[in-house]
Design a protein. Structure first.
Length: 250
């Protein structure tokens, strides 16, 4: 089991991530994964993002099930599978320092993309569902955070916020159902340790605490504010990961 110095920030960042995703429908990975990577390294940190993100998505899917658009969720999920398989196999070929650079750099790109997403022109048609689902699968497998791509889709299609927040949860769940066993099979051997049950239980407690707190905060914090907070945390965390990769190569 990890020391308290690791478990406390692990728990705290999960609470924050759960609050953000409960309010805005996305952002759990943006908030948590940079910290997970800083705590556990690029392979295991992203895997923890997938594992805890799956539990969060399942919890919120049950809560928001009445507003889920199952057609869009299905197209997203179907398109994500080949992207996940290709990405996991490709990442296995990278060294640890290169992974830090790749993960940190991609997270910074996602933050930047999330900032310009509201300015995208309107787009309609099922083809955009498949394209978005594929891109989301790539991002979920590589950095466990596809939220900015989903925000771009929501802006371009003028998607209703309630439908947006609800429909993403089965999609996030489906991607991680593919991600986790695949990574455990082909790449977990490169991590410094295996996923421990006590740590997983602490993560579940953080999700429960964050979900309960979000119910009290949602009247005071808008979805837009929650997303901006997620972007700010992701920027700081991604910068730290990128810096660690650069120093390892020097």
């Amino acid at each position: 089991m990890e020391p308290v110095s690791v478990l406390l920030p692990f728990f705290a960042i999960i609470v924050l991530g759960s609050i953000v995703q409960s309010i805005s429908g996305m952002g759990f990975g943006l908030v948590t994964v940079p910290i997970f990577v800083a705590l556990y390294g690029p392979i295991e940190g992203v895997l923890w993002g997938n594992v805890v993100g799956m539990i969060t998505a399942l919890t919120l899917m049950v809560q928001k099930r009445e507003n889920i658009d199952w057609g869009i969720a299905g197209r997203f999920s179907l398109a994500s599978v080949p992207a996940i398989v290709i990405t996991v196999l490709a990442m296995r070929q990278l060294e640890s320092a290169s992974l830090d650079l790749y993960v940190g750099g991609l997270m910074l790109v996602m933050v930047t993309f999330g900032l310009v997403a509201p300015k995208l022109p309107e787009a309609n048609g099922k083809i955009y569902d498949y394209i978005t689902g594929f891109v989301g699968g790539f991002l979920s497998a590589s950095v466990a955070q596809s939220g900015p791509a989903m925000t771009a889709y929501a802006q371009a299609t003028r998607w209703n916020q309630l439908k947006f927040a609800a429909t993403l949860q089965p999609y996030f769940l489906a991607m991680n159902v593919v991600n986790i066993p695949l990574k455990m099979t082909v790449s977990i051997d490169r991590a410094s340790s295996t996923l421990s049950i006590p740590t997983l239980l602490i993560g579940a407690m953080g999700i429960a605490a964050g979900t309960l707190l979000a119910k009290r905060l949602i009247a005071f914090v808008s979805a837009q504010t929650a997303r901006k907070f997620a972007m700010a945390v992701a920027f700081v965390g991604a910068t730290l990961v990128l810096f660690r990769g650069l120093t390892a190569l020097i």
